[in-house]
Design a protein around this ligand. Structure first.
Ligand code: SF4
Ligand code: SF4
Ligand code: MG
Length: 629
């Protein structure tokens, strides 16, 4: 039975139907199903109910087919779509669990993982091939902006730079073009899609700014030859992210390997592109504490992990905790790392006069740059190298702590249900601590993972569970609240509206030597986008253009230069688009259908509140900033 709504609803409805059909006669099951459809979708209008009923009728028109008796003896087998040389962990652990044979695993299969630590990067072996259509690169039209890669929620489309040697062994269908960047003259450019990892959302093709689109959605079947190209690139082509430093701009960042890939997030997810960029910039020295919610499910549903490592073997260390304590969990990680690094500092200082001259020079360099992430990445290699020749006992002690030589990029991830509601006390405690942690709140304005319950991030007038007749009270301004500490870096971003603003905010937040909070607007299936999930980037843009969401950065460091810490990054909205924005999402139009009178009043209140918010931001941005002497 195909039910004609979002993918999540489909699965729920199908499984409900088959459960009913197992215990009662088929025609009764159809009847009950149709009652459920009216109850669930009635408020979405007759059209939707009719479509669903038709789907049930089609599904119920069953024809009995006799199958050969020997089919009952067939053994299930997991087939990995052509991935060669899967590691033992995948073959002996992940595949049996995915084949629902996890209970049969012997205790010995868990050897080395007794503490719950699992190897990362397993999603690269899934190759689900779930897209109907995938993008085809139109090489001649491409202007090499890398935006397709920046917005892809699944890291399934990436730009590559190939040198002569890499090109020589490439399959004949792997076409490339001359690069157009400075310093790249000897390299050839190519956009490569991993067609079996793409979910077919279409955001890449939608965002492509080329005069004639350089990405066209075509059937997965027609694009299967691309698999050979992806496989070749994955094993033979390096990520060249230093020719233009990857933290230079949006384009340069995309030549870095995403250390978060092929997650199980919904097609078109508005959250995952934010995470992907963080891993591209800081993934090689990154630790993540993840609150329970969508991001923990697509981040690491054991035994799957979408976080992976680069060619140097480094990648994010990730762990998940509960809704109610994730910020504290992340703070604990940060404090643990701080203690280890303090110990390194003490050991170095104590032994400065006793170690050889080369070691002394390297120690001094490390001590000077202890809090600089990028520099300590480099210096730590020199420390390890020189300690190999050092006879002093300190060498052994510091080498035992070598994983802490590089300054960690500490991240705390979660959704609005965690940050605005259940985990707010902890979040407040952590930002108040003044410690150097970075917090990313992916704001979907509802509890997305548990089915769309209202949170304090839900705006007035939106329909959500526990707010079936529209939320009556305005959205909490978490960002503005955090700015009142005065020592917390805060940014409100929307990637679809301004890619460079998110890029800038991310760099500033990570570099800020104290707590940082980024609140990211994240379109979600629970919003019911009328234009579909292939338009999540576009929706993020409309949100800002219409005044529904605003972009700002609050950087306490500006105060040191006598400047206003508050910068409003979005221009005066076109308020005439505000109501149209609400009418573009089912979470709002559903209210219009169910309670038309209330809807008119609440939609007006929503616009009033958006204007009020914008004015308050504008006032802050325009303050004649001066500290009274
Ligand atoms: Fe990525 Fe979606 Fe494009 Fe596939 S269609 S490459 S998942 S943005
Ligand atoms: Fe090329 Fe379009 Fe991708 Fe830009 S978005 S790199 S023009 S395919
Ligand atoms: Mg949410």
């Amino acid at each position: 039975v195909e039910i004609g709504l979002g993918s999540r609803t489909n699965t729920i409805m199908q499984s409900a139907f088959f459960k009913i059909a197992q215990v009662i006669p088929y025609d009764k099951a159809v009847e009950q199903m149709k009652k459920a459809i009216v109850k669930t979708f009635g408020r979405k209008g007759e059209g939707v109910v009719k479509m669903n009923n038709e789907a049930v009728d089609q599904g119920a028109a069953v024809i009995k087919v006799d199958v050969p008796a020997e089919w009952s003896k067939l053994e299930g087998k997991v087939v990995i779509n052509g991935v060669k040389n899967a590691p033992d962990f995948i073959k002996n652990f992940v595949q049996p669990i995915n084949a629902q044979k996890g209970d049969d695993l012997p205790v010995s299969a868990f050897k080395g993982m007794e503490d719950g630590t699992l190897p990362a990067g397993t999603t690269a072996y899934e190759k689900r091939g779930i897209a109907v259509d995938v993008p085809e690169w139109q090489m001649d039209n491409c202007i090499q902006c890398n935006q397709c890669s920046y917005v892809c929620p699944h890291a399934a489309i990436r730009p590559f730079l190939l040198d002569e040697k890499e090109l020589a062994g490439a399959p004949s269908g792997l076409l490339t073009k001359k690069t157009n960047g400075k310093g790249f003259e000897d390299l050839q450019y190519r956009i490569q899609v991993s067609v079996l990892d793409c979910t077919g959302c279409g955001n890449c093709a939608d965002i492509c700014p080329a005069k004639t689109k350089a990405l066209v959605m075509k059937s997965l079947e027609s694009q299967m030859p691309q698999k050979e190209n992806w496989d070749y690139i994955a094993s033979n082509v390096t990520y060249k992210d230093t020719i233009s430093p990857k933290d230079m701009n949006v384009k340069a960042s995309q030549f870095a390997k995403p250390l978060f890939e092929f997650s199980g997030a919904c097609a078109g997810c508005g959250e995952t592109p934010y995470i992907k960029l963080i891993t591209q910039l800081f993934g090689d020295r990154m630790m993540i504490a993840n609150a329970t919610g969508c991001s923990s499910i697509y981040g690491g549903s054991a035994p799957a992990s979408s976080y992976c490592k680069g060619d140097d073997g480094r990648g994010p260390a990730w762990a998940n905790s509960l809704f109610e304590d994730n910020a504290e969990y992340g703070l604990g990680m940060a404090l643990g790392v701080e203690k280890m690094r303090d110990r390194i500092e003490r050991k170095m200082k104590e032994s400065l006069t006793e170690v050889n001259a080369e070691t002394k020079a390297v120690f001094e360099l490390w001590l000077e740059n202890k809090l600089n992430g990028a520099k300590t990445m480099e210096i730590s290699k020199a420390v390890v190298k020189t300690l190999a020749n050092e006879t002093h006992a300190v060498a052994k002690e510091i080498l035992a702590l070598k994983n802490y030589l590089a300054k960690k990029s500490m991240w705390i991830f979660g959704g609005d249900g965690w940050a605005y509601d259940i985990g707010y006390g902890g979040l407040d405690h952590v930002i108040a601590s003044g410690k150097d942690v970075n917090i990313l709140v992916m704001d979907t304005e509802v509890y997305s993972n548990t089915g769309g319950q209202s949170s304090k991030a839900t705006p007035i007038g939106a329909i959500a569970k526990f707010a079936a007749s529209g939320k009556r009270i305005r959205k909490k301004d978490l960002g503005l609240m955090a700015t009142t500490y005065g020592y917390v870096y805060v940014a409100q971003v929307s990637m679809g509206a301004n890619q460079a603003q998110y890029f800038k905010a991310l760099k500033e937040a990570e570099a800020y030597p104290g707590p940082s909070l980024i609140i990211a607007y994240s379109p979600c299936i629970s919003h019911g986008l009328k234009n579909g999930m292939g338009k999540t980037q576009e929706e993020g843009k409309l949100a800002v253009e219409s005044g529904y969401w605003h972009l700002f950065r609050y950087n306490p460091l500006n105060e040191d230069e006598g400047k206003n810490p508050f910068t409003l990054d979005s221009k005066e909205p076109d308020w005439s688009k505000f109501q149209a924005f609400l009418h573009n999402e089912v979470r709002y139009t559903a209210l219009l259908k169910a309670f038309p009178a209330d809807a008119a009043e609440l939609f007006k209140a929503s616009e009033d509140n958006a204007k009020w918010r914008y004015s308050s931001y504008k006032r802050l941005a325009e303050l004649d900033y001066k500290i009274i002497e």
